[in-house]
Design a protein around this ligand. Structure first.
Ligand SMILES: O=C(O)CCC(=O)C(=O)O
Ligand SMILES: [Fe+2]
Length: 196
């Protein structure tokens, strides 16, 4: 049975909580392998200072509508049966409904996602974003946009569900930094509701 008691992080102007045991270690290992082979992982390219560079992770978008994220355009693509099952569990635990998933595969400790807020117009105001982690542990960092309060880190382990909601995206940025310590591969599914 999943643990249904979330840990709430006491950050001001944010609503961040996490369910550390949404999936057991055994379930998480099986889900990781299946996601790795099932999903259509691609390394997108972005244009940076007039040059085209590959982003430092593999990604795929699954949702009813297309999505634009950091100037990357991703066409609509139906969720796989496994993604739909994982989405159902995320909905049950968090009490929100999602219609899409931005999936990330960090191949090793040098893959990353830079500081950003999930604040695209398609997400509406005060979006609820539920992210499920599988594979190796990674540090997920939060810092306030204003610099008024302290940054903090969460160690995201396999089977953890992290929920960001309320005003979090207005006031805070998040990132997965590169590290020198070997981490192994990690998959993170971020479920969202998008409005077209
Ligand atoms: O990998 C993660 O935990 C975060 C991914 C993320 O922030 C995103 O896809 O917007
Ligand atoms: Fe994000």
């Amino acid at each position: 049975m999943p643990d249904t008691n979330p840990i709430q992080y006491p950050a001001p102007q944010a609503d961040i909580s996490c369910f550390p045991h949404a999936y057991s270690a055994t379930e998480s290992a099986e889900i990781f392998e299946q996601l790795k082979t099932d999903l259509d992982w691609q390394q997108a390219q972005i244009s940076l200072h007039g040059r085209t560079v590959p982003i430092p992770r593999l990604q795929q978008w699954y949702g009813d509508s297309p999505y634009t994220y950091s100037r990357l355009h991703m066409p609509a693509r139906p969720m796989t049966p496994l993604l739909s099952r994982l989405k159902d569990r995320a909905e049950h635990l968090t009490g929100f409904t999602y219609n899409s998933a931005l999936c990330n595969l960090y191949r090793h400790e040098r893959d990353s996602v830079a500081w950003h807020a999930d604040d695209e117009a398609e997400l509406g105001i005060n979006p609820a974003i539920a992210s499920l982690s599988f594979g190796g542990d990674r540090i997920f960092q939060f810092k306030p946009k204003s610099g008024a309060t302290l940054p903090f880190d969460i160690n995201l382990k396999a089977g953890t569900l992290l929920l960001m909601k309320g005003e979090t995206q207005h006031y805070w940025l998040h990132q997965i930094p590169k590290t020198n310590k070997p981490t192994g591969e990690r998959i993170c599914l971020t479920f969202r509701m998008t409005y077209s």
